[in-house]
Design a protein around this ligand. Sequence first.
Ligand code: EPU
Length: 320
Amino acid sequence: MTSAAHELAERLREEMPTNKEQFFAALSAATSSATVLRQNEPLAKKTTLRVGGPADFYVEPAAEVELAAVLRLCGEHQVPFVMLGRGSNLLIKDGGIRGAVICLAHPNFSRVEIIGNRLHCGAGAKLKTVAVEAKRHGLSSLEFLEGIPGSVGGALRMNAGAMGSWMFDVVETIRFMDCAGQAHERKASEVNVEYRGCPLFKNHIALGATLKGEPATREVVEQRMQTFSRKRWTSQPAASSAGCIFKNPGPIPAGKLIDELGLKGMRVGGAAVSDVHGNFIVNQGNATAKDVLALIEIVRQRAKAARGIDLETEVEILGE
Ligand code: EPU
C-alpha cells in the first residue's frame, strides 16, 4: 500500500466500528444479491502461497456496473482497495488487508469468446482456460499461458511471462476501469509495458483483453504446450509458492544466483527456498508471511553481500 493508502487504512480502523458498518451497509445497498460481500474474509487460501491474514471487506462484483458502484463507494468513504486475481504472485502479510479486496471471480468477468483468430477474454478468466480454448480452436502463440496460475487481469497488470513470451506479446486491445467507475478501451500498442509490469494498472482495473492467436493445427499447439509443461514440471516446484519471488536481475537469473550462493533448502519457520528452483520460496505447510518475508530478506542480503546484486521482489506484497 502507498503511505497515503496506509494512512487512510489507519484512520478507517480508528473510526471503527461505526464507519466499517456504514461502509458495509452502503456496499450492500449498492449491489445486487448476486455480488458476494463479506467482512473479515480470510485470504490465505485465496493465494497460491497460502499465507496472510483477512481482508476487512471482500467483494466479488457480479457485473461491471456493480464493480463501478463499489469503486465509487470506496472513493466516497475513503476506503482503500486492492484487486485480487487468482492469488498467484502475491504475498499477503499476516495482519491482513485494511480496506476492501475486490476479486473478479464472477462468471460475468470470466468469459473467453473466440471469433476468428481473436480471443475476447474477461479479466477473471484463468490463463489455463485461455490456453486450452486457443488449442481447441487451433490457435497458436498462447501456449505459454497454460502453466501460469493466474487470471487475465493479473497477467495484464504484471505483464506475466513464461517460456520466452510475455502477456503483451499476444494482446491487441485492453479494457479497463478507472477509480471513478468509468470503463475505457485502448490498443495495446498505445500502452507502456515493461518486464513484469504495466504501469497503467497501478491505478486502473483490468476488465479484459482481446488476444490474438496464429492459426495452427491442434497437434502443433498440443505439442508446444506439452513441451512447456514438461519444462515447468521438471524445473519448478509443485509445492505451494507465489511463483518466482524475485525479478531476474540483469547479470544472471535470480534462481541461478540463489543456487550458486548455496541458499537452496534454506528455511525460516515453515518457509523454504525450493530445492528444485532457487527463485521459488515454498510453503512447507505451516509458513507465515513473516517467515517468507524474513527468508526474502536473508536472500537479498546474501546476494548483495556476495555479488553486489540488488534483488527486487517480483511478488506483490500487500497488507500489514
Ligand atoms: N537455474 C539454476 N538453478 C536454479 C534455477 C535456475 O541454475 O535453481 C538456471 C537454469 O538452469 C537456467 C537459468 O537459471 O539456465 C534460468 O532458469 P529458468 O529457465 O528456470 O528461468 P527463470 O529465468 O528462472 C523465468 C521466469 C519464470 C518462468 C520461467 C520459464 C522470471 C523471474 N521468471 O524463470 O516465471 O516460468 O522463466 O519460462 O522472469 C514467474 O514469473 O513467477 C515465473 C515463475
